[in-house]
Design a protein around this ligand. Structure first.
Ligand SMILES: [Ca+2]
Ligand SMILES: [Ca+2]
Ligand SMILES: [Ca+2]
Length: 211
């Protein structure tokens, strides 16, 4: 880590890209992307490509979140893909993140995710980091009933349901949690793909104010 912000991106094919910033934060210059490696091997997306047993696979529509999941002070990499959320523990340093293992987060029985986008956030302000997940069915909150160093998740509760009006469907819910109106209560800004009656995809952006 050189103190400059770099860019991490997951794409529809499941590949994870790292673009190192060789400029500055105010004037970033990103170098050519390199693929994320796990245990020295490039993490392999499998959308529209053949299965390859020599690679660790992250399937498709990868959505990444870089934050500390196991409370050891080092940011880890969560990857939402297919119907799972992967947990890549960072065993390196802040300057040189290193990922050796590719585990999936244990979700409560009966959890149904599709193209999930995870965010680590203490949703109920109890001091324990929870998991908020946007996916095709809306946005879910998995409350952490374990600890910050050993998270254990309760069955999900719906934060934002899938809309039913006009037969629109949620596509890939991607969101940020923020306090939009500065009232001290967290809000959600949701970007989404919507498939209308014509089944032509279109994007939209919605703001949900907390109360
Ligand atoms: Ca960590
Ligand atoms: Ca919490
Ligand atoms: Ca607010």
């Amino acid at each position: 880590m050189d103190g400059n912000k770099d860019l991490l991106a997951g794409d529809g094919a499941g590949q994870i890209w790292i673009f190192l910033n060789t400029g500055t934060d105010s004037l970033p210059f990103l170098n050519a992307g390199q693929r994320l490696k796990v245990a020295g091997t490039v993490l392999h997306g499998t959308f529209h490509s053949k299965k390859d047993a020599s690679h660790i696979e992250a399937k498709d529509h990868s959505r990444i979140h870089y934050a500390d999941w196991d409370g050891d002070g080092l940011n880890d990499l969560l990857i939402g893909y297919d119907t799972n959320i992967a947990f890549l523990k960072n065993t390196g340093t802040p300057a040189e993140p290193l990922f050796i293992t590719f585990d999936t987060i244990k979700l409560p029985t009966g959890s149904k995710l599709f193209m999930p986008g995870p965010i680590i956030y203490d949703w109920n302000n109890d001091g324990l980091q929870d998991l908020i997940v946007g996916n095709i069915m809306g946005i879910y909150w998995f409350k952490n009933i374990g600890s910050n160093t050993s998270p254990q998740l309760a069955p999900s509760e719906i934060v934002i349901p899938k809309p039913t009006a006009n037969q629109v469907q949620y596509g890939q819910a991607r969101f940020q949690i923020l306090d939009w109106n500065r009232d001290g209560i967290h809000d959600i800004l949701l970007g989404n793909v919507i498939y209308g009656r014509s089944m032509q995809p279109s994007g939209n952006l919605m703001l949900y104010l907390g109360k």
